[in-house]
Design a protein around this ligand. Sequence first.
Ligand SMILES: Cc1cc2nc3c(=O)[nH]c(=O)nc-3n(C[C@H](O)[C@H](O)[C@H](O)COP(=O)(O)OP(=O)(O)OC[C@H]3O[C@@H](n4cnc5c(N)ncnc54)[C@H](O)[C@@H]3O)c2cc1C
Length: 414
Amino acid sequence: MQHYDLVIVGAGLVGLATAREYLRRRPGLRLLVVEKEPRIAAHQSGHNSGVLHTGIYYTPGSLKARACVTGHRAMLAFCREHGIPFQLCGKVIVALTEEELPRLQALYERGQRNGVQGLELIGPERLREIEPAAAGRRAIYSPNTGIVDFTRVAAALAEEITAHGADLRLSCQVVGLLPRAAEIVVQMRSHPPTAASQSGSCEEELTARAVITCAGLYSDRLARLTGDDGGLRIVPFRGDYYVLRPEKRQLVRGLIYPVPDPRFPFLGVHLTLRPNGEVWVGPNAVLALAREGYGRWQLHPRELWETLSYGGFWRLARRYWRMGLAELYRDYVKRAYVRQVQRYVPALEAEDLLPGPSGVRAQALAPDGSLVDDFVIRRGQRVLHVQNAPSPAATSSLVIAQMIVDEAQAQFAL
Ligand SMILES: Cc1cc2nc3c(=O)[nH]c(=O)nc-3n(C[C@H](O)[C@H](O)[C@H](O)COP(=O)(O)OP(=O)(O)OC[C@H]3O[C@@H](n4cnc5c(N)ncnc54)[C@H](O)[C@@H]3O)c2cc1C
């Protein structure tokens, strides 16, 4: 049986960055990254808005806030080192109404407390200089918010780790983790499953001194393989984007964002410049019918049942059903969504918004129905599970990796 020092499950940005960080601290470590898809960054890391966040939104002192502020800096350095293009195109967070002004002010103060550099509170004239097509009474201008193609970041990470001796195994799904006194057995099967292994049984085993799981949309399942998910459940939320017609791209120079609802910071109309010059509008957030369900009608009955049979989901739904229905309505009725967009960029018309790609967020829910906001790393015997790595974990991935490796080294003496 093959033996490794460390096996990392999941070749998204968090798994790949963790592998890189480990190899920087422990060159020569026998390390394997296992990914169920035939390519890296196949899910959240390759289906996101591509924004290099600066850390304005997050609760001061949280892991998220710390990791984002330093992670932004680290990511820029990584991109420079690997020749990955990025653009610090800047972002405006726009207040449209009188009621939003206190929240905008509070957000500005939060950004300052988090140590975000260069923030300005601006009035309508300065807003028009920065984003001539945007409406708004007042805004926060964040000049260091940027954009990048995170799939290129993932590719550079994979190249670096394999050049330093790591193995990367694709199309291979981890289906069992069996901790023993001196090692952990990792059970795998090919993915998608062959006829012979439809049952989910294992086709191959190897051993490792330790395992770190970074499985995104399946992080709770991986945690349950060693018996403890801490009661958290991943509920997938699909986010659809529109793409602006090329002739209308010049209406958006950088990023135009709303003042977020502190309970749901990911909701609201976002207009985002992309590294290839496109402008994406979205994503929204509606319950996905499958964990990797990128299409509106893509349904996985067992996964949907997992969501619907979870008490935490119904507690969330009871509290926020109005908001959920409104989001669903705007998902199905384009006119309703366009009306929201026009509040921020009045010159846009419905025919300027073309159907675009979508992504699925791994939203961790607690049994009481609360959305788990911060990063969560759970310890087990010879295993660490990254149970929650929500946005901005792409921006912060290099620093989250440092936190994970600190934790792993303390626990595994590896
Ligand atoms: C719509 C959307 C927009 C976003 N926008 C931004 C943004 O602009 N900026 C930002 O910083 N962040 C953004 N994020 C968040 C960011 O993309 C994620 O937080 C980050 O990519 C998480 O990385 P990950 O490696 O944890 O997860 P993933 O990228 O999902 O990787 C997990 C991997 O584990 C693999 N896996 C799962 N189970 C198994 C198994 N049993 N065996 C083997 N492999 C397995 C999966 O196939 C997958 O490749 C966005 C997310 C979404 C969904």
